[in-house]
Write a protein that binds this ligand. Structure first.
Ligand code: SF4
Length: 337
């Protein structure tokens, strides 16, 4: 049986006001039910770093989107993957693990950034640009639908975007869909011509320099970790611009004791739970999509085996090719974290 008081001592680091012993009593019962269902279904549960703290309690693995998908591909003994993240991530898990049942416990958990790159619009833009740039290369951030990935030469993550673009022989690159990550890559690779898709993450776009500077003014020795989906004027303030898993590793390995994680608030929750001896300040915003999946959704999903992610073969094979190209370009699984 899960112990509500032990749960409360962990979860209250994320939000002391919400995770009362009473609330944790209800959570403990649901956690026990999920553990029972996971055994019955031979399921593995993957949770993105931005999920609710109680989801981390039932996760077999936490990480960023592609890191989790790679983990899914190697969990050979599981029949079912429960992906607690958003839709494009569950699709990626299906692309790399076609033989497994992939469940996304709440079908409404989408991503506004991925939605900004419609597959037909991307196909039309590629055709248009290739008239003037026959050598055009197309790189898509992992935050795209599988159908868009299938149109790209290579996928990239926030951890390896610079490395992927640098490794491509094409001088001109269409970078889809995040314009802030595109600007970060362009700043690092002045010899490339980067044509940015006009998309952004609504969460990271809301974070401005003042919210970072005000925390730094109060805590001058603090290490500032910024996700490259943030605006350029925010990324410039970073001690390190990192993917979410890169931030977790940095905070764990650093001798510093005080950090500001500038990204979605769930990462601060995870850091508070995973590194209780360190102090994490916040300049973050909440992603409504990432908070949609609840423990009740996970229970219902494992009971009904719905909603299940399925992809047409043509999309799955095309997306798989673009993901594999990323591995060839980065030549190492270590590029994914
Ligand atoms: S934080 Fe931004 S990129 Fe991530 S799921 Fe939410 S809307 Fe999409």
């Amino acid at each position: 049986m899960s112990d509500p008081e032990e749960l409360q001592s962990r979860l209250s680091r994320a939000d002391a006001g919400y995770y009362t012993v009473e609330v944790c009593r209800g959570i403990a019962t649901k956690i026990d039910r999920i553990r029972e269902l996971k055994l019955q279904r031979n399921a593995v549960l993957l949770a993105h770093n931005y999920q609710r703290p109680e989801i981390f309690e039932v996760a077999d693995f936490t990480g960023d989107s592609l890191g989790l998908s790679m983990k899914a591909a190697t969990v050979n003994e599981a029949d079912v993957i429960v992906f607690c993240g958003v839709h494009f991530m569950a699709e990626t898990a299906k692309v790399v693990s076609p033989g497994k049942i992939v469940l996304l416990p709440n079908a409404k958990a989408g991503c506004s950034l991925a939605d900004m790159a419609d597959v037909k619009d991307v196909a039309d833009r590629i055709a248009e640009l290739k008239v003037d740039h026959p050598d055009l290369g197309v790189v898509c951030y992992v935050n795209t639908t599988a159908a868009v990935k299938a149109l790209c030469d290579s996928v990239c993550t926030s951890a390896n975007a610079v490395q992927v673009v640098a490794s491509m022989s094409n001088k001109t690159i269409l970078f889809v869909p995040d314009k802030n990550l595109a600007a970060h890559v362009a700043g690092k690779l002045p010899d490339k011509v980067i044509i940015a898709w006009d998309g952004h993450c609504y969460v990271h776009q809301q974070i401005n320099p003042d919210s970072v500077l005000s925390v730094r003014a109060m805590h001058p020795g603090i290490k500032i970790l910024v996700h490259p989906e943030c605006r350029d004027d925010v990324v410039k303030l970073a001690d390190a611009a990192l993917s979410t898993s890169g931030m977790v590793d940095y905070a764990r390995d650093s001798d510093a004791t005080e950090f500001l994680a500038v990204t979605e608030c769930g990462l601060s929750d995870l850091l508070a739970v995973q590194a209780p001896e360190k102090t994490f300040y916040r300049a973050c915003k909440v992603c409504r999509f990432m908070k949609m999946i609840t423990l009740d959704d996970v229970i219902s999903s494992l009971e009904t085996m719905q909603p299940e992610i399925n992809l047409p073969d043509s999309v799955r094979i095309g997306a798989s090719r673009a993901i594999n190209r990323m591995f060839e370009l980065t030549a190492s699984m270590a590029a994914i974290n």
